[in-house]
Design a protein around this ligand. Sequence first.
Ligand SMILES: Nc1nc2c(ncn2[C@@H]2O[C@H](COP(=O)(O)O[C@H]3[C@@H](O)[C@H](n4cnc5c(=O)[nH]c(N)nc54)O[C@@H]3COP(=O)(O)O)[C@@H](O)[C@H]2O)c(=O)[nH]1
Length: 582
Amino acid sequence: MGRPPTMGGCHGTLSGRMSAFMSALAAPSLPASLPFEAALAEMAAPLLLLDAGGIVLFANARAAALISCADPVGLSLPALLAPAGVTEPEAEPVLDALLDAVRAARSIRAPLRLSGDRRVEAALAPLSVGGFALTFEDVTEHLQGAALARQEPLTGLCNRVGLRDRLDAALAGADRTGAPLAVLMLDLDRFKAVNDTLGHPVGDALLRKVAERLRKATRSGDVVARLGGDEFAILQVSALPGAEQPQASEALARRLVDLVGRTYVVDGHMLNVGVSVGVALAPADGSDADALLKHADLALYRAKAEGRGTYRFFEPAMNAQMQARRSLEIDLRRALALKQFDLAFQPQIQLETGQVTGFEALLRWNHPERGPISPAQFIPLAEEIGLIVGIGEWALRAACREAASWAQPASIAVNLSPVQFRGGKLVETVMNVLAQTGLDPARLELEITEGALLENTDSVLDVLNGLRALGVKISMDDFGTGYSSLSYLQKFPFDKIKIDQSFVRGMEGNAECGAIVRAIARLGASLGMRTTAEGVETASQLDAIRAEGCTEVQGYLTGRPMPAAQAAALLSPPAASPNDAA
Ligand SMILES: Nc1nc2c(ncn2[C@@H]2O[C@H](COP(=O)(O)O[C@H]3[C@@H](O)[C@H](n4cnc5c(=O)[nH]c(N)nc54)O[C@@H]3COP(=O)(O)O)[C@@H](O)[C@H]2O)c(=O)[nH]1
């Protein structure tokens, strides 16, 4: 330790070298009385002094304690560090680097793992008087903090920063070895519904179970990360030896969709969530982390858009498609303020009388440069970015205002997006619109699809009951296309069922479609609900749906969507001609 080396004995030579070393260290300008050696021995920082060959001449108490060596003086670097546990194969390159630095008389900083899993940074610096100073900085807590900063607390998986670090390191390694790697982005389907209906503790427990399944689906060496909410990512670095890409990633993606999609039991609830997966491969889809993460994200977006519960690989065309979508999104955000929306009105005809009983209001976007854009294109986008709430309110107000001006009290049907049910303000909005426009609530029909009831059935049913209490009517749109249309009829007494166009279109060549239309018409009759056949384009379709007992019809045959003035004219009594007066 820091005792003055004695003359003679096994350290006799060392002792002499030490005295010379200490005298040389003491600057000539300093008073000889300064307790220089004592200061080194007692200083808080671990310090060793080595001779030019790397043999320890002096070690203070802190250094000896840190490296668990009672008497380091006289030891070489490898012998010095052995008691501290620096013998692992992983430490070999570090020791070699330290010895190289001694031979070359240059400075070096090197990380070392000591026994007890303590991490230190060793700094070897040549001294002007010859020999070296070797100091250690204990960085254990700093590194533990850094590891925690890379961990996601709920699941214990890597977080985004951790994934990024591991991806950078894997890419650097792949550069050397040419080993393929893949980034898989994952997004849970229907997780929000679990959180909303059963609360966050159940949602959190479910996320932990998902994380466990992801760990099981991957191989050791792969990195599983939770990026936030219900977003996860996997860095696949350890495809089976000899496995080729994209087959190895495809196998993993398929395994993930299968495993994550199996039923979970949390707090006695049987829960089903699915997962969508986007895959980007290195180096084919990008050789840096940013490109790979972005491309996996684009592939994920495609997987979600194409039905969820599936996986997609990145394709270069996705970049251009995403740019087109962004540009449309920018325009859509401005469209309401720039008054680019309009409504078209499609007549609904009572089959028994042949009279127009009402109109369905259909949104139109007239873009000054792009021309008319189909609602089938922009409504899903507006739903995704939340704009549908404002646009839907605008459509509701414009439709009610228009209907209130008609010469006859025909009904007006307005489509509601599932997203409009989420904010908790729908009943209030409809009430305000009715009050502002003066429309009789009994003339307003709100059309909802099964999508609205899928998410959070109980709260949607509360909203529907609130709307019904205002006196408005509720129709079930696109009936027959979802999984549970029948069960919803039992849960809520709809006023009208609208039979999806696909069944009407199929009636002529397909006996099953005819049977479905007949069954729905009879179901409606026995439940006291009107039935509207949508998408009627030909006289023979009209005859067929009349024969099946539907009560109303809507389609190009009886009237295409038309401008407001034309719809109003259909309801106005014909202007009296001069001959009438005669
Ligand atoms: N949330 C809201 N959704 C809306 C609103 N306005 C429209 N939409 C939905 O957009 C989808 C596409 O609508 P659109 O292009 O207007 O198509 C409608 C009709 O034009 C079309 N139709 C009607 N008859 C026929 C026909 O004989 N043949 C044929 N090929 N198409 C026909 O069908 C659409 C009406 O569908 P539906 O609402 O199911 O009655 C569509 O899903 C709209 O719902 C809005 O304000 N908010």
